[in-house]
Design a protein around this ligand. Structure first.
Ligand code: ACO
Length: 333
């Protein structure tokens, strides 16, 4: 149960690179076709960052929008929480680089790594500094350049992912609004199902790891699928029940945008109709930690989500780590 001061998202922003890579473009790169990708995943196209654009650059663009919409000065930001599995480099953190890009001084900065659940975990962590009264203004920023860790010869993974970023400014909110609660869970026993094997301390980079393409995403798609359709609805129900809500009280369901079949199955298990489920993966593919803020931002920009609406966010990804959050959208007057 959420304790302490109410915490709201005072501003949200997102960024997607201009370059579009369609399923038809992919047909020219690997042995695949638009029909297979569309029916198995729902994805039609994804965005790809240019060579000279790193994750922190996309994060910076998303953060600029969120800061503007929150109507705050950068001098107010006390903490930057970066969420990514594709940091510019192992260290320094992407959060510190975003701080540099934005000219933020005197703020803490660190990255968390919860893969596709990253933004949800970042919001959950950040909310606690505000709920406790320790801080007043926090930037949570998620971004991924998944195109940089995809094996473009592996059709079973390269068709799934895309690049992008999203950001939120957390501030003290109005009682009963903002982040109503969150749930986080992980099981490292499923760690093998989705991973990038090389480049860490267990398998440092070598000629062999490069030759064997071990610096790219390896995935047991069926296992991830099985876990996703089980854990996302389970987690969502934990959040809904914890605060005495009913599924019908949810105005908008925003699941992690990985695969339309996973989304449809999770929504069906929860009894949430299609009209209340927000889907934009056809345009962006799976952008991991950026997926939730890209979807939330779009639904707010196009007027789908309005002040006072109750939103259910849920995600699962590498770890496996999953979770959910209930948000009441709207701002402090
Ligand atoms: N184009 C054409 N054929 C393909 C492609 C492709 N891009 N990829 C795989 N195939 C072939 C396979 O080789 C296989 O052929 P075969 O029967 O001759 O051996 C056939 O299609 C079926 O392959 P499967 O892997 O069994 O296909 P499946 O229906 O399981 O779909 C998919 C694969 C889409 C990856 C699915 O397992 C899935 O969505 N899993 C969840 C994974 C996911 O979303 N991961 C993202 C990261 S984690 C997350 O965000 C939750």
């Amino acid at each position: 149960m959420f304790k302490g001061r109410a915490v709201e998202i005072a501003g949200i922003g997102a960024y997607a690179p201009e370059k579009v890579l369609s399923n038809f473009d992919l047909e020219k790169i690997v042995e695949t076709n638009d029909e297979w990708i569309t029916t198995r995943t729902g994805i039609k196209e994804r965005r790809i960052a240019s060579e000279d654009m790193a994750t922190s650059d996309m994060m910076t663009k998303a953060a600029e929008v969120a800061i503007k919409r929150a109507n705050i000065d950068i001098s107010q930001i006390q903490l930057i929480i970066g969420c990514t599995v594709t940091p510019d480099m192992m260290f320094p953190s992407s959060a510190a680089l975003v701080g540099k890009n934005l000219g933020i001084k005197n703020a803490g900065a660190f990255d968390i790594e919860a893969a596709c659940s990253g933004f949800l975990y970042g919001l959950s962590i950040g909310s606690q500094f505000i709920a406790s009264g320790t801080m007043d203004t926090i930037l949570v920023v998620a971004g991924e350049k998944l195109s940089s860790i995809v094996n473009w010869e592996d059709r079973s993974t390269c068709v799934l992912f895309g690049d992008g970023a999203g950001a939120a400014i957390l501030r003290p909110g109005k009682e009963g609004h903002g982040i109503l609660n969150f749930h986080m869970e992980a099981d490292g026993n499923f760690g093998e199902a989705l991973k990038m094997p090389a480049g860490g301390s267990a398998m440092p980079a070598s000629e062999k790891t490069v030759a064997e393409k071990l610096h790219s995403v390896k995935m047991d798609g069926r296992e991830v699928f099985r876990q996703a359709v089980t854990k996302m609805p389970e987690s969502a129900l934990i959040s809904i029940n914890e605060i005495g809500m009913k599924v019908e009280d949810i105005d908008w369901f925003i699941p992690h945008q990985a695969n339309i079949r996973i989304i449809d199955s999770a929504a069906k298990k929860l009894g949430i109709p299609k009209e209340k489920t927000i889907v934009n993966l056809q345009k962006y593919g799976n952008t991991s930690s950026a997926s939730l803020p890209l979807a939330l931002n779009e639904a707010i920009e196009d007027g789908t989500i309005k002040d006072g609406d109750t939103i259910l966010l849920t995600a699962i990804g590498g770890g496996l780590a999953w979770g959910s959050m209930i948000l009441k959208w709207g701002h402090k007057e």
